[in-house]
Design a protein. Structure first.
Length: 443
C-alpha cells in the first residue's frame, strides 16, 4: 500500500500536538484563562473593588490551581532526571518484594487481588504475599484457605476480632521479608505487566515510597462512578504528578503504593499509635505513612508507568461516607505535615502545601458568598462564578485530553467540578465536626 502523503494541515497538527509545543500552548492558555476566570468571578460582586477579599482569593486560588497543571506538565522531565541515577547502574535490580493486604469481608474481591499479585511480571521466588483477615464475618477466610492450596508463598494472618486497617497494615509490614513492601487495598490490584515499573524507581536510594496510577475498575457502573473515574485520573495524573515533580507526594494512595522496608519499619510503632484529640486515628493511614517517609528525609513520587485498579463507591451514600473519611485524614495529617514541611522543603511548603490548606478551607466560605449571600443581598448573578469554576475545569480537561486521548471519562470533569462546588467543598466542615467519630464509615 502506498504511503499517504501528508498535507500542510496534517503537518501543522502533527507539529502543534507535539509534546513541547502542546505544553507551551497550555502555559500560554493558562495566562489567558487566569485573566478570564478572575474577571468572571469578580462579576459576582456589585463592583469589582467592593470586596477586595474575594478578589484576592480569586486571584490566589486560580493561580494556585493553574500552577498545579504546570507542575504536571513538568512531571515527565522531572521523572526522567530522577531515574537517571538508576539507569546508570548496569546490574539488574530485582529486590525481594512483599505484598501486604489487610482485608475485612472481601470474599468477592480478595481472590482477584491475590491472584494478580502472584501473576506479577517478576521472579516468582522473590514475591511474597501477606493477607491479614481482620475479623471478617463473611466467607473471606474460606476463600483465603482455598488460595493457600494454590500459592505456597501466601501467608494468612487470621484475626477473629476486628482491629482496624492500620493494625492490619502494621502486622503485614512487620512480618514482611521483602526489601520493598507493596501496600494494596483488598479490592485493588496492579496490572501484572506493569509491576516492574513500581520497583524500578527504588534504584534511586533517595526514594522512600512510590505511588502507582490507579483507576476505578467499576468506572462504567453509573454516572457517579464515571465522575469518580475522571476525578481519579485528575487526582493521580495531574495533582499527584505535580507533587511528584518536586519529589513530595503527600499521599501515596492506599489502594496501590510501594515502600522501602528499611524506611518505614523503624517508625511503624509511632505511626501505629498516632492519636488526635486523645483518640487513636483510624483513617488516613496511607497519608500518615507517607508523611513519616517525608519526615525521615526521603522522597516520595508518583509513577504513571504502573496501572492499578480499585473499586469505587457505586452509591451516593457510600461515596459521601468515603469523602468524609478522606477529609478527616487530610485535615489531621496536614496538621502533622505542617510541623516539618517548611524545614524539609521551603519552596514546596510556601508555593504548594500551605496554599493548598488555605484554598481548601476558604473555598466553602467564598462559594457561600458567591452562590448564596451575594445573589440574595446584593442581587449579583452567580452564573459568573460558576463559569469561572468551569474555566478552571476546562484547562484541566485540555491537559487531561493531551495526556491520555483514549480516556473516555474526560467530560465528567465538569460534572465533578459542579459536584465539588455545591457539595464536596462543604463536606470538610462536617468532617471536622465529626473528628471524634473514629468509625471507618464506608461499611
Amino acid at each position: 500500500m502506498a504511503e499517504k502523503i501528508k498535507t500542510k494541515k496534517d503537518i501543522f497538527w502533527e507539529y502543534f500536538l507535539s509534546d513541547f509545543n502542546y505544553k507551551c500552548f497550555l502555559i500560554l492558555c493558562g495566562g489567558f484563562v487566569l485573566f478570564s476566570i478572575i474577571w468572571l468571578k469578580s462579576r459576582t460582586i456589585t463592583e469589582f473593588w467592593s470586596d477586595p477579599l474575594i478578589i484576592a482569593y480569586t486571584i490566589f486560588a486560580t493561580t494556585f490551581q493553574l500552577s498545579r497543571v504546570i507542575g504536571a506538565v513538568l512531571y515527565t522531565y522531572s521523572k526522567s532526571n530522577l531515574l537517571l541515577e538508576g539507569r546508570k547502574k548496569k546490574s539488574l535490580y530485582e529486590p525481594t518484594v512483599t505484598f501486604v493486604i489487610p482485608c475485612m469481608n472481601e470474599e468477592e474481591a480478595i481472590a482477584k487481588t491475590i491472584t494478580k499479585c502472584f501473576e506479577a511480571d517478576y521472579p516468582k521466588e522473590k514475591v511474597e504475599v501477606i493477607v491479614v483477615n481482620d475479623g471478617s464475618t463473611d466467607g473471606t477466610i474460606g476463600v483465603l484457605n482455598d488460595l493457600k492450596k494454590k500459592y505456597e508463598k501466601l501467608i494468612i494472618v487470621d484475626w477473629k476480632e476486628n482491629r482496624g486497617k492500620r493494625y492490619g497494615m502494621a502486622e503485614g509490614f512487620k512480618r514482611a521479608t521483602g526489601e520493598i513492601i507493596i501496600q494494596l487495598d483488598s479490592d485493588s490490584y496492579i496490572e501484572p505487566s506493569t509491576f516492574r515499573n513500581l520497583i524500578k524507581p527504588f534504584r534511586n536510594p533517595n526514594i522512600g515510597a512510590v505511588c502507582a496510577h490507579s483507576d476505578p475498575e467499576n468506572a462504567d457502573a453509573n454516572v457517579l462512578t464515571k465522575m469518580q473515574a475522571a476525578y481519579y485520573f485528575v487526582s493521580f495524573r495531574i495533582l499527584k504528578a505535580a507533587e511528584s515533580t518536586f519529589l513530595n507526594v503527600f499521599c501515596c494512595s492506599g489502594c496501590s503504593s510501594a515502600y522501602r522496608k528499611d524506611v518505614v519499619l523503624p517508625i511503624m510503632d509511632e505511626w501505629l499509635n498516632e492519636t488526635f484529640l486523645g483518640l487513636p486515628i483510624t483513617w488516613g493511614d496511607d497519608r500518615a505513612l507517607t508523611n513519616w517517609v517525608l519526615k525521615r528525609g526521603y522522597d516520595t513520587i508518583y509513577t504513571d508507568e504502573v496501572q492499578a485498579y480499585t473499586i469505587c463507591p457505586e452509591t451516593f451514600r457510600k461515596f459521601l461516607k468515603q469523602q468524609v473519611r478522606w477529609k478527616k485524614g487530610w485535615f489531621v495529617n496536614s496538621l502533622f505535615a505542617s510541623k516539618f514541611i517548611l524545614k524539609r522543603d521551603p519552596f514546596v511548603a510556601l508555593t504548594y502545601f500551605f496554599p493548598l490548606i488555605f484554598v481548601t478551607l476558604a473555598t466553602p466560605f467564598v462559594a457561600t458568598m458567591a452562590l448564596i449571600y451575594n445573589p440574595i443581598f446584593h442581587r449579583t448573578n452567580p452564573i459568573f462564578y460558576v463559569l469561572g469554576a468551569f474555566l478552571v475545569a476546562l484547562i484541566i480537561t485540555i491537559y487531561y485530553r493531551f495526556v491520555d486521548r483514549e480516556n473516555k471519562y474526560w467530560p465528567y470533569v465538569f460534572l465533578w467540578s459542579a459536584l465539588n462546588m455545591v457539595i464536596l467543598s462543604f463536606i470538610l466542615f462536617y468532617a471536622l465536626l465529626r473528628l471524634r467519630d473514629r468509625k471507618w464509615g464506608t461499611r
